[in-house]
Write a protein that binds this ligand. Structure first.
Ligand code: SAH
Length: 453
């Protein structure tokens, strides 16, 4: 099995199977660390945007709100939310992500998905579920790999399921993935709000929540999704742990500021670990719930989840920050005009996944992509490309994705797998006296180096 996958992956990577090279973007990505525990005046806006008015009147009426509530309102409020209204990805937007930088990224994830599907014994149904698909570029690159490897997928029935809260982005995804072959779903479609079909006839469905996606063997992909989920912030004080809240500045009534809750809150008594050593902690409870749902689905229905994001393994403290026009932006200033994000705490996700599911990683993006064969793929693309500017673009996007000083070490890959995936295969029946070593579990692509033997 291992040899089969390795050979297939090698053929795939060296065949030069994707044409043409998608133009890549050369702009800054979200990366700069910051400490933004203070507010600054809005950038020249005279009139407070409506989300600020909404938040200030709410806080004036009922008191300071948790950072998680602030983040959720600002990003995903159904009317005014940043993700709901904007197309923020790309050179003209606020930040850029790996799938937008290079098609190779999505291609290698496509190879990963097929390898996990093979590792699970090639089930007849394959649901590809993407959480927060942005412009749909990652899914589009993955589907291209699927159509190139149709012979490997055989008779498997493949469907694409997108969990997207933003109507604006879901339209972009539909355009990118189905052209004009998508339509708004009617009431009879239950939780599906849009349906469509790719050019190759593969069904695509859109949902607002993971819970709404049908059960069944699924590979889940979440790229830069968890960092957009609301975090709670906690500060260690002389009196114990206190939640950080967002309040209206009493001296400037249209500005916000952070305050520390005077006494413990439900969140500060339930979300922190007794042995916590840091003085400031961020907890993404919503991310924890989503990981629990993923783990339960994987254990019950089979499959795997690949979570890729910038993050840490439980050591960082204050990572909450804003991005606007590829620059850092004060998180409390002009809410709704900038992206808000926090590093993903993979140690927390691992804890929330529980013992039923197997976890691998996090490994850095550089390690993951190199293990997946990005160097081989680059060589093939460069060999087949004579245009100097396209070659330069390929080289600089490769550098952006893998350079340790750029995205290579800031971004990490983490995976949840069905426990059987890492179990040692049974020893072959035979003479009891024979001293054979137990066969090793199948390697998980990306997390262990692929050997092209
Ligand atoms: N994965 C894409 C986009 C990352 S931006 C890429 O890497 O290019 C975050 C994405 O998650 C956007 O599509 C945003 O609309 C979506 N999103 C944010 N919060 C969400 C939520 N609570 N539920 C569903 N989608 C969400």
């Amino acid at each position: 099995m291992r040899a089969t996958f390795c050979v297939k992956a090698h053929q795939l990577l060296s065949r030069g199977f994707i044409h043409p090279v998608r133009p890549s973007a050369a702009v800054r990505w979200r990366s700069a660390p910051s400490r933004l525990l203070c507010s600054s005046p809005p950038d020249g806006e005279n009139k407070p945007p409506s989300i600020l008015r909404h938040l200030t009147s709410k806080i004036k009426a009922t008191g300071p709100i948790p950072v998680a509530e602030y983040m959720k309102e600002v990003l995903t409020n159904p009317v005014t939310g940043y993700y709901v209204r904007n197309n923020m990805l790309g050179p003209e937007g606020d930040f850029i992500t790996s799938p937008e930088i290079s098609q190779i990224f999505g291609e290698l994830i496509g190879v990963w998905i097929i390898s996990e599907w093979m590792g699970a014994g090639r089930p007849k149904q394959l649901q590809l579920v993407e959480l927060g698909p942005g412009k749909g570029s990652l899914a589009s690159d993955v589907l291209r790999v699927f159509s190139q490897l149709r012979s490997v997928l055989g008779e498997a029935s493949v469907s694409l399921h997108l969990v997207e809260v933003s109507p604006a982005l879901s339209l972009l995804q539909a355009q990118n993935l189905t052209g004009n072959r998508s339509w708004e779903a009617d009431g009879e479609d239950g939780p599906v709000y849009r349906r469509g079909e790719t050019e190759a006839g593969l069904p695509v469905s859109w949902y607002r929540r993971l819970d709404d996606v049908p059960t069944g063997f699924s590979i889940f992909i979440a790229h830069e999704f968890f960092d957009a989920l609301p975090i709670h912030k906690f500060q260690r004080t002389e009196k114990g742990w206190r939640e950080v809240l967002v309040d209206v500045d009493p001296e400037k009534s249209d500005e916000l500021r952070f305050v520390v809750a005077p006494s413990s809150t439900l969140a500060s008594t339930t979300l922190l670990q007794a042995e916590e050593r840091r003085d400031h902690v961020e907890v993404c409870a919503e991310g924890g719930v989503i990981v629990q749902q993923l783990a339960r689905r994987i254990v019950e229905d089979g499959g795997a989840a690949l979570i890729a994001d910038y993050g840490h393994d439980g050591a960082k403290t204050d990572t909450f920050r804003g991005f606007k026009g590829h620059q850092l932006h004060d998180v409390l200033s002009s809410p709704g005009s900038a992206d808000l994000t926090a590093d993903v705490d993979f140690s927390y996700l691992r804890r929330m996944a529980g013992g039923g599911v197997a976890c691998v990683g996090p490994v850095t993006q550089r390690v993951f992509l190199k293990n997946m064969g990005i160097d081989t793929r680059m060589q093939v693309l460069l060999r087949n490309c004579s245009d100097p500017s396209t070659r330069q673009q390929l080289i600089s996007s490769y550098d952006m994705l893998t350079n340790p000083a750029k995205m290579g070490e800031r971004f990490h890959f983490f995976s949840l797998l069905h426990p059987s995936r890492l179990a040692k295969p049974k020893k072959p029946e035979g003479l009891k006296l024979e001293k054979k070593r137990s066969p090793a579990p199948l390697p998980v692509a990306g997390f262990t180096e692929l050997r092209f033997a």
